[in-house]
Write a protein that binds this ligand. Structure first.
Ligand code: ADP
Ligand code: MG
Length: 538
């Protein structure tokens, strides 16, 4: 069965597969487009519309439309449509249902095995939420892969293997931004470091332009205030995005804004847009500089190529400022489609890489189906992709330096001890870390895992986010208070966190996978049922 690659974007999603010639190709949407807007319109309690038509409905029925949910992936956000509760995961599952439904229609193939892409800086909770969105949509998620890694795979597929090269991938999309430094060596790909901003993307440019247009309207018609009109405001945002795109290719545009019988004529040119959004672009430079500095500490002195991906990199200002400020010669690499194509390549690698290795029969079978030669399939199976932990994470503990800790541990100051630092290569092993029981005869110890939330790591609890917890049960009876326990965290290549704990005196040990995020098996089943109830169309 063919595996598909899915770029589940903040504003645009895209599906790709490997064709008979072994090349990644885009699978078109239901209406024949390369990408599908990641917008869901809850038309009725039983029907949802996903994509272009849903985006247009945002104008008429803004309260029934969900968009930009990727920005809230992994967070406890509740949305409600027709009295039905939704989460970023269930909305994403509905988008995935439409993407796979259309792909099934286009290819005539069953679409079940998929690889879904995630921004490189997505932490464990967001990655898990993405996997769950796939499961809720009844898909078999082979893996999630970082978007810049996918972009690098598709770059490598066209530029070929060879000697060691370093890439900087600058991805500015609709809602998110990240910069990643990648090392290519032969067929292998490894991430050196990654950095990004959760909420920075085209939508912020649109908002800045819309704010400006609104202020122009109100200056021309001081008696009128259209801000309370949801239709007007939505239309304004759509026009702002349209003007932004047009001004990537032309220098100036006019636009008429109508409200309450009045018309305001707005003149916009490229220079004005760049001025209005200069601070936004500047944030991408700060992050890119930080990533370059981190890479330099890992011995990366320069870049053989700087790839621009994400629709926003079509703005001429992006390449220009990277040259002006950082002396980087950046070029676009298939900005809308590279990520999905790379995901399809990664999906193929995952199918080849069966546990226990590739049998000769499987290699021949795959070769026959993809048009590759058997040695090519074997090379594919041997390829390695190494990524890093995007953000530091560790456990919340009592601050031993606080005198209260000795007498009243419950009320002592707490802090987060990071066991793994950002940009540690995966798989990663923290080595044993010593915890202590708090009271006598303690039979259970709870472990809370927290992840760095700010741009840089900090031990203060407020600058971290709780991502999951685990319990170490069945400790031997009658342990005195402050018995040491050695706890080791292990994060797999795919970012799954597991914990191993030993009580050194008895040698008793416990292993468990950490429960990340909110949904357990029962919650997953419930979400699946509620998403399956909808009729989904494009
Ligand atoms: P994501 O992966 O986050 O969904 P994309 O990479 O698809 O995002 O980029 C979408 C963003 O790119 C939108 O904000 C869109 O307005 C913007 N965009 C697309 N084409 C252009 C263009 N020609 N000029 C400027 N911005 C563009
Ligand atoms: Mg994207």
């Amino acid at each position: 069965m063919t595996a598909f690659g899915i770029d589940l974007g903040t504003t645009q999603s895209c599906v790709a597969m490997i064709d008979e010639a072994g090349r990644p190709v885009i699978v078109k949407s239901a209406i024949g487009e390369d990408t599908t807007p990641s917008v869901v319109y809850f038309e009725s309690p039983r029907n949802v519309v996903v994509g272009r038509a849903a985006k247009n409905s945002a104008l008429l029925d803004p309260d029934l439309v969900a968009q930009l949910v990727k920005r809230d992936m992994g967070k406890d956000v509740v949305l409600s449509f027709h009295g039905q509760r939704h989460s970023p995961e269930t909305v994403s599952a509905l988008i995935l249902r439409e993407l796979t439904r259309a792909a099934r229609e286009q290819t005539g193939q069953d679409v079940r095995d998929v690889v879904i892409t995630v921004p490189a800086y997505f932490g464990v909770a967001e990655r898990e939420a993405t996997r769950r969105a796939g499961q809720i949509a009844e898909l078999n998620v082979l893996d999630v892969v970082a978007e810049p890694v996918a972009a690098a795979l598709s770059y490598q597929a066209v530029s070929g293997g060879g000697s060691v090269r370093h890439l900087l991938v600058y991805d500015l999309g609709g809602g998110t931004f990240d910069t990643t430094v990648i090392r290519l060596e032969g067929d292998d790909i490894s991430v050196i470091c990654t950095d990004g901003v959760h909420r920075l993307g085209g939508a912020d440019w649109d908002q800045a332009i819309a704010d400006y247009m609104l202020s122009q309207f109100m200056a021309q018609h001081p008696g009128l205030d259209p801000r309370g009109d949801a239709w007007f405001m939505q239309d304004l945002l759509i026009s702002a995005e349209q003007l932004k795109k047009e001004l990537s290719v032309t220098q100036a545009r006019r636009h008429n804004l109508r409200f309450g019988g009045a018309v305001a004529r707005i003149e916009l040119d490229r220079a004005r847009i760049e001025e209005l959004t200069a601070d936004l672009l500047e944030q991408t430079i700060t992050v890119t500089q930080r990533a370059i500095a981190t890479a330099r500490r890992s011995g990366v002195a320069g870049f053989d190529d700087v790839l621009l991906v994400g629709g926003m990199t079509r703005m001429p200002a992006v390449a220009r400022i990277l040259k002006e400020r950082l002396n980087l010669d950046a070029r676009q690499h298939d900005p809308d489609l590279a990520v999905a194509k790379g995901a399809a390549l990664f999906a193929l690698m995952q199918t080849v890489r069966r546990p226990g290795g590739l049998s000769a029969a499987a290699a021949e079978d795959l070769a026959a189906r993809t048009g590759m030669t058997v040695p090519e399939v074997e090379t594919m199976a041997a390829r390695r992709v190494t990524t890093v932990i995007p953000r530091a994470f560790g456990v919340k503990t009592i601050d031993g330096a606080d005198p209260v800790a000795l007498t009243d541990p419950v009320n002592a100051r707490q802090l987060v001890v990071h066991l793994l630092q950002a940009n540690t290569p995966l798989p990663a092993d923290t080595g044993p870390y010593t915890f202590h029981t708090a009271i006598e005869n303690q039979r259970m110890i709870g472990i809370e895992v927290w992840e760095q939330a700010g741009a840089v790591a900090s031990e203060s609890v407020e600058e971290n986010r709780r991502v999951g917890e685990g319990r170490l049960r069945d400790l031997p009876p009658r342990l005195p208070a402050r018995t040491p326990l050695e706890v080791t965290f292990f994060m797999s290549e795919t970012g799954v966190l597991s914990v191993h704990a030993v009580e050194p005196r008895s040698g008793r040990d416990v292993r468990f996978d950490l429960q990340i995020g909110g949904l357990d098996q029962a919650g997953l089943e419930k979400a699946r049922v509620s998403v399956a109830r909808y009729d989904v169309s494009g």
